[in-house]
Ligand binder design. Structure first.
Ligand SMILES: [Cu+2]
Length: 156
């Protein structure tokens, strides 16, 4: 994944409306929010995004919700004895000051449990993230192809 020039990122965020693939609230910015297309009967869908803490105080992603799924859990995924396993992260995801944390394939991710409808490639799925300090941040997951390994607009 290419890295955005900080100045350009700040400019882009100023223009971003609430509910876009980029969002900002307080010291927290959210970008590269995406998921994959799934059918109506899929038990789960994964959500990925990049979190940045521009402030001087630690924050933490503690929850999320979307109308497109029954629940959203925060999972970590790791290989144990050669087997990939997922488990919920009850304490959420720390976002230390000045750092960027990426939730992506093969690692920490959001798990949309029980999608309430098909997720169609090209659409955007509203998602509300809840942070310990920054509060609620509304963003949209862009729905990529079923086998996508990264968002189509990575590098914008
Ligand atoms: Cu999971």
């Amino acid at each position: 994944m290419r890295t955005l020039v900080p100045g350009l990122l700040a400019g882009a965020l100023t223009l971003a409306a609430a509910g876009a693939a980029h969002a900002q609230r307080g010291d927290i910015t959210v970008s590269q929010a995406w998921t994959r297309a799934v059918g109506a009967t899929a038990p789960t869908a994964a959500g990925y995004l990049t979190l940045r803490n521009r402030g001087a105080t630690p924050d933490r992603l503690i929850g999320a919700a979307t109308s497109a799924a029954r629940a959203v859990e925060i999972h970590e995924q790791r290989s144990e004895d050669g087997v990939m396993r997922m488990r919920p992260l009850p304490d959420g995801v720390p976002v230390p000051p000045g750092e960027t944390v990426t939730l992506g394939p093969g690692g920490t991710h959001l798990m949309l449990v029980g999608p309430t409808r098909p997720l169609v490639r090209g659409e955007r799925v509203p998602l509300t993230l809840r942070f310990e300090r920054a509060g609620e941040v509304r963003v949209e997951l862009s729905v990529e192809a079923a086998g996508a390994r990264q968002p189509a607009h990575a590098g914008h």
